[in-house]
Design a protein around this ligand. Structure first.
Ligand SMILES: Nc1ncnc2c1ncn2[C@@H]1O[C@H](COP(=O)(O)OP(=O)(O)O)[C@@H](O)[C@H]1O
Ligand SMILES: Cc1ncc(COP(=O)(O)O)c(N)n1
Length: 282
């Protein structure tokens, strides 16, 4: 295990999202996980009970500690909380010349609690996107970042173009939130500035989807750290998260976490699933 990935994100005491989801996902890929906490959340499957940002000095020191010691093969950002923390992260990315930056623009937890202040949206667009390799918004996040309503695939394409022009080399607009029109399947769309690539698998009817976005982006990060192309990374991450949703065990009383170890536990099923991903370009 000589590849490393750094997650810069919030802690989810409930263990299904945030830093915990990222580190579990890195480990499942045999990538050594490093972390810098932006905030501590008191959270479970029923919601977010409290948010405690880490002091700027504390965040900066964590980034300096890992950056000055480790070669880092890929970096993932999750909950960044506010503009000051975004600035601190962008500063470290530039200072240590980190490559392979995967940005999950976490804004609102599934229960509706804010994990990024509204004032920070501009900083995300103007400061973080120019140093971003892959951004992975869900549909509501892509709508906020682009100011466009997204209903159709052509709306998604337009949003991806806007994010590409704002600096993201690759954009993945995830389809978990797409409405009833394509509800039997979930389509994730990748844009590299020229080609749109679509990845489709059946929608799983489950309420245990807490942390799917974190898990998906962490799997992309681990795959990129291992040297996969972004297209392969997105496809493999979709299989990873599909397995994790398919094998949840309903922990907690609310929206339960996914099973990060599912692909390892059921390798034959995962191999079949990998062959079932419908992938096409446009
Ligand atoms: N019910 C579901 N069935 C299958 N895949 C899902 C489901 N919900 C989400 N996903 C997948 O999980 C990942 C996260 O999707 P999404 O729900 O859109 O983002 P977020 O968790 O950030 O809100 C994507 O790869 C998406 O395809
Ligand atoms: C600390 C933290 N970070 C991110 C999320 C988003 O989770 P999801 O992947 O379900 O959108 C969360 N609920 N908590």
């Amino acid at each position: 295990m000589n590849r490393t990935a750094l997650t810069i994100a919030g802690s989810d005491s409930g263990g299904g999202a945030g830093i915990q989801a990222d580190l579990k996902t890195f480990q499942e890929h045999l990538v050594f996980g490093l972390s810098a906490l932006t905030a501590v959340t008191a959270q479970n499957t029923e919601g977010v009970q409290g948010v405690y940002p880490v002091e700027i000095d504390g965040l900066q020191q964590q980034l300096d500690s890992v950056g000055s010691d480790f070669t880092i093969d890929a970096v993932k950002t999750g909950m960044l909380f506010d503009e000051a923390r975004i600035e601190t992260v962008v500063h470290a990315i530039k200072k240590f010349k980190w490559k392979n930056i995967i940005v999950d623009p976490v804004m609102i937890a599934k229960g509706g609690d804010h994990l990024l202040t509204e004032e920070a949206h501009t900083a995300l667009l103007e400061q973080l996107l120019p140093v971003t390799d892959v951004i992975t918004p869900n549909i509501p996040e892509a709508e906020v970042l682009t100011g466009k309503t997204i209903r159709t695939i052509s709306d998604r394409k337009e949003a991806a173009r806007i994010l590409h022009n704002a600096g993201a080399r690759y954009t993945v607009i995830k389809g978990g939130h797409a409405d009833a029109s394509d509800s039997t399947n979930v389509i994730d769309m990748l844009f590299d500035g020229e080609t749109f690539t679509f990845f489709e698998l059946p929608r799983i009817d489950s309420k245990n989807t807490h942390g799917t976005g974190c898990t998906f982006a962490a799997a992309i990060t681990a795959q990129v750290a291992l040297g996969q192309t972004v297209t392969e990374a997105v496809k493999n991450a979709k299989v990873f998260v599909q397995m994790a949703i398919a094998h949840t065990t309903s922990l907690g009383n609310g929206f339960g976490p996914t099973h990060h170890g599912a692909l390892r536990q059921f390798p034959n099923e995962a191999a079949v699933l990998a062959g079932e991903v419908r992938q096409w370009e446009d």
